[in-house]
Ligand binder design. Sequence first.
Ligand SMILES: O=P(O)(O)OC[C@H]1O[C@H](OP(=O)(O)OP(=O)(O)O)[C@H](O)[C@@H]1O
Ligand SMILES: [Mg+2]
Length: 180
Amino acid sequence: MHPDVEKLLFSRADIDNKVHELGSIISRDYAGQDLLMVGILKGAAVFMADLIRAISIDVSIDFMALSSYGASSKSTGVVRILKDLDKSIQNRHVLIVEDIVDTGLTLTYLLKILKARNPAGVRICTMLDKPSRRKADVPVDYNGFTIPDHFVVGYGLDYNEKYRNLPEIYVLKEEIYRSK
Ligand SMILES: O=P(O)(O)OC[C@H]1O[C@H](OP(=O)(O)OP(=O)(O)O)[C@H](O)[C@@H]1O
Ligand SMILES: [Mg+2]
């Protein structure tokens, strides 16, 4: 285990099973529809790469880059678009793919922007949901795991741009983010 992590939360097997479960449900729910999956960079990149390969129907993908956290473990509530979608989403079925929903501020902002573009629908798929810290209500349609109030890293999730490459999901030691 990496020396900065407190404990393992979800193993490779836990993650693989969950990704395949979600992939099957999404494939069934969107059968016969024009599905566009939108990964939110950078955190969702790893989950997105696994999830699209667990989907059995035709799907297009795109990415958006938003920034709300910077070099802190706390949300600032300020969300900026760093990279927008390449094409119009009008009349398309959009599925937002996130690594984690925490305060919900990022997705609240994003949902507002995307709904204003008149898609056929927008739903949310997240690997992790941390409902105890919610500041804004967001409708999570597909959730991998609900987690308690710990700062987690790995499988795309970072602290200060570190630990995204860890293949499993861990709780970060408090001393790592408290000292900043
Ligand atoms: O529900 P919230 O409190 O808004 O937090 C969730 C968001 O925060 C993280 O992104 P971050 O801004 O750290 O960017 P990153 O994906 O590049 O790490 C995460 O990937 C979500 O997008
Ligand atoms: Mg981050």
